[in-house]
Design a protein around this ligand. Structure first.
Ligand SMILES: Cc1cc2nc3c(=O)[nH]c(=O)nc-3n(C[C@H](O)[C@H](O)[C@H](O)COP(=O)(O)OP(=O)(O)OC[C@H]3O[C@@H](n4cnc5c(N)ncnc54)[C@H](O)[C@@H]3O)c2cc1C
Length: 278
């Protein structure tokens, strides 16, 4: 590889790479599944056609034929083709094996995502009545759902998550259903029971054995099922605020993030508008 090497020194570091890259570079353990959730290449098409004139079954038969003869791949459009057209494509595809944890993997994933969009576009253009279909927008990158999680001082389990477990060092809430996408069966969210609100302990943001390092976002320390819920944006933001506050306190006090007084951390977060577990 080529490129610049820069040295940056800091008292505390918060790894928000989504992949635990900084934690791994510092030698801390990351967890990775053999089979990971598929990614999705978000793009929008404009059919430029009166969709009420199309027969859903006939469209679906065309899709099946194109998958059979190799023009398309099954996960280029999951679900009904008519719905795909009605919703403008959007998030209808799966990019299997999507990975953005290295430059090479990221490039390869993006190439496959764009190829999938191009396959669909060419296929649609050949359908009588859809000749004027347009590709309206493409996301800059394939959205990647799962790569690595760090192993932290605590690892949040599925049982912890779904029971709404509280710890003394719970620093933020989480709320999302267990939401694991499968390349064959899709996603079947399992909602939390009414009244159950999951939380994240500070220790799940501290790589095991580290001193001046935190993580925030989807790479927090959790098992696969818990992570399928914890990975969403609101929780990523809440962990980012909590990790940032812990890092600031640790830097001020000359301590490690694991040593900062939890009451002081919660007070700092609350003073900045965070919603913090009691
Ligand atoms: C298709 C799809 C749909 C989703 N839909 C929803 C939804 O509807 N609602 C929801 O809440 N969540 C959704 N999510 C989940 C959610 O968007 C992500 O899990 C979340 O944004 C992850 O946030 P993050 O900050 O941990 O990582 P990212 O948002 O991935 O941020 C990591 C950042 O670090 C940068 N980075 C990585 N490595 C390096 C490096 N070595 N050097 C410098 N920079 C680096 C990256 O470029 C990136 O900017 C979806 C995810 C996908 C893939």
């Amino acid at each position: 590889a080529t490129g610049d090497t820069r040295t940056i020194t800091c008292k505390q570091l918060v790894d928000c790479t989504g992949n635990g890259t900084a934690a791994a570079l510092a030698g801390f353990e990351r967890l990775r599944e053999k089979e990971r959730q598929p990614g999705t290449f978000v793009y929008r098409i404009r059919p430029n056609a009166d969709l009420s004139k199309f027969d859903a079954k006939e469209l679906q038969a065309r899709f099946e034929a194109a998958v059979k003869d190799g023009r398309l791949q099954r996960n280029d459009c999951r679900g009904s083709l008519l719905h795909y057209l009605q919703s403008g494509g959007n998030t209808a595809n799966y990019v299997e094996g999507a990975d953005n944890s290295t430059a090479d993997a990221r490039t390869e994933t993006n190439l496959r995502g764009r190829a999938a969009a191009l396959r669909m576009f060419r296929f649609l253009k050949d359908i009588p009545g859809l000749e004027k279909v347009r590709l309206e927008s493409l996301s800059p990158e394939v959205g990647v759902r799962e790569t690595y999680r760090v192993r932290g001082e605590y690892l949040i389990t599925h049982e912890d998550y779904t029971s709404g477990r509280r710890w003394d060092d719970s620093v933020c809430y989480a709320f999302y259903p267990i939401d694991l996408h499968d390349k064959t069966s899709g996603v079947h969210p399992a909602h939390l029971q009414e009244g159950v609100v999951a939380t994240v302990p500070l220790r799940a943001l501290i790589p095991k054995g580290s001193r001046n390092l935190l993580v925030a976002g989807r790479c927090l320390s959790s098992d696969r099922l818990a992570n399928s819920a914890l990975r969403v944006q609101a929780t990523c933001m809440a962990t980012g605020q909590a990790a940032g506050a812990a890092a600031a306190l640790a830097a001020q006090r000359g301590e490690t993030p694991g040593q900062v007084p939890i009451a002081g951390l919660k007070a700092l977060l609350t003073a900045h508008g965070a919603i913090v577990p009691d």
